[in-house]
Design a protein around this ligand. Structure first.
Ligand code: ZN
Length: 339
């Protein structure tokens, strides 16, 4: 029997129960592809899955929601893919037949979930996905950029699309140096917005932010940039710690968009502030394959790219994941597997 190396989490979950071990090789069905994983990205969602805070199947489980690699083997019913194609993986399981899938919202599939959550994921030498999830990337797109598309860039892009950003608007991004935040800054800028980044990292200016300030300085920065007005859109995935203050930074008619809650899932809101200013609250999660295709196109033209802090190998994945919450973190954390 063939064996492959993988990061495996077992009950009672938590990072202490994640280990890199040899597991039996994976076999594919007619409609699946086997991928030799080149790179994976580490995201907060992986931490939540490993901690047992999201649906997990199977157990023991291989996490890893964001990854890409080389097609190793294709099932008999697979179309459009062949051995050695470079692909990144659309990170949502979807059935393709429910009302939401049929309306182009496969990220909300009624029978769906996260790859690496309700299926084994990509923190392994090989991974298996449905062929509809494997999206080819051009040869000129490097792995570091490509592997930041499926979760980090896609989540930010979808959120900005849901918020319907218009040229000239002022967008405030809370947590602008984070995985999604750094793409929210780049993409909002590309959509023609003025961008105020809330971050302690000066490099956020280099990826397109008009101003990089602390949350306390946000009102002044907004008024400076937006002719005395507050933000048209606030993007906040930080959660409990920031939401109450973020909503106060919106101008009349502003939109608040959230796709995560890193610091906690509940927050206080002053209801009168929301209705008296006709604030709109928008939730977003993941993104569509169509949006992911557009991001592949943008990344291959160098219009967006990740700021990477550290790259680990699979043997050091525990350190990679625990570094996610390090104060020194200065950009994305990647895992190089086959590279
Ligand atoms: Zn569906």
């Amino acid at each position: 029997m063939l064996w492959l190396k993988a990061a495996v989490i077992n009950r009672p979950f938590g990072l202490d129960n994640l280990s890199v071990i040899e597991v039996p090789d994976v076999h594919i069905s007619d409609d699946e592809v086997k991928i030799r994983v080149a790179y994976a990205g580490i995201n907060p969602v992986d931490y939540f899955i490993i901690s047992g805070l999201r649906s997990i199947n199977p157990v023991p489980h291989i996490p890893g929601t964001e990854f890409g690699g080389y097609v190793e083997e294709v099932g008999s019913k697979v179309k459009g893919l062949s051995k050695n194609d470079r692909v990144i993986v659309y990170p949502r399981v979807f059935d393709g037949v429910c009302d939401l899938c049929l309306s182009g919202k496969e990220h909300l599939c009624r029978n769906g979930g996260l790859i690496g959550g309700i299926t084994n994921g990509g923190f392994a030498e090989y991974a298996v996905v449905k062929y509809q999830n494997a999206m080819k990337i051009p040869n000129n797109l490097n792995w570091e950029s490509a592997v930041s598309i499926p979760v980090a860039a896609l989540t930010a892009f979808h959120a900005l699309m849901e918020a319907n950003i218009k040229p000239g608007e002022t967008v405030l991004v809370v947590g602008a140096s984070g995985n999604t935040g750094q793409f929210a800054v780049q993409l909002a800028k590309k959509m023609g917005a003025k961008v105020i980044a809330i971050s302690s990292k000066p490099w956020v200016k280099n990826i397109g932010a008009d101003e990089v300030v602390s949350l306390n300085q946000a009102i002044n920065a907004l008024q400076r940039v937006n002719n005395g007005r507050l933000a048209d859109v606030v993007v906040d995935s930080i959660g409990s710690k920031t939401v109450e203050r973020s909503i106060k930074l919106l101008d009349t008619g502003g939109r608040f968009v959230t796709f995560g809650a890193l610091t906690g899932i509940t927050a206080k809101m002053t209801i009168s502030e929301v209705y008296l200013k006709e604030i709109k609250i928008i939730g977003a999660t993941g993104g569509t394959r169509k949006e992911m295709l557009r991001l592949i196109d943008m990344a291959s033209r160098n219009e967006i790219k990740p700021v990477i802090w550290r790259t680990f190998n699979l043997d050091n994945i525990k350190t990679a994941i625990s570094s996610l919450f390090s104060r020194e973190r200065n950009g994305r954390i990647l895992v190089k597997i086959a590279g």
